[in-house]
Design a protein around this ligand. Sequence first.
Ligand code: IYR
Length: 221
Amino acid sequence: MKPDLRPLEGHREYPLEEMQRRAAEFCGEIRRRRTVREFSDRPVPRDIIEHAILAAGSAPNGANLQPWHFVAVSDAAIKSQIRAQAEAEEREFYQHKAPAEWLEALAPLGTDEHKPFLETAPWLIAIFAQTFGLLPDGRKVKHYYGQESVGIATGMLITALHHSGLATLTHTPSPMGFLNDILERPSQERPFLLLVVGFPAEGARVPRITKRGLDEIATFR
Ligand code: IYR
């Protein structure tokens, strides 16, 4: 198939000083993001979640095959099933499976097997990575760079939600195959991450952590 090329219309150019201001402002805005574990039960309108998912779905990805599916859950009964199964896996993790070294790395975050936020927060977004696509006639379509693609989309989802004024928690119960059963997703879709979304609880606290500075994370040559 020949590529269908057309003029780039969406690109915006700004005067240099405005670019510099925008770059610094966005850096400040995104560096305010914190992973939150204490959520309010205050509802969040569905259209905000829809816009964030649409933003995520615009992510660059392998051969534009868009190898993802997002399940946004606000239903209390489904959230409660997810909590029960996630806590069962997490109990195993914290009490048996996790090596001491891993538990030590997690200690500063104060995480444990209790995941009340899976019911408190108004939305859970389960992100699935499709290992292959399916055409209407049942033929399989190979996906490329699936993990990278879904990782980028997830980063954009988190950024979009933060931008709209919401807090998130990237939760990875392991294994999380139970999400396929509860959310009725086919076996070619692998749960990638469970994103908890909502307002922080009043007085929510977060671990005192720091992010590395530019000279520690980047080299210019
Ligand atoms: N899945 C567990 C453990 C956990 C692992 C990492 I790496 C974290 O950064 C945080 C937690 C849990 O969600 O508690």
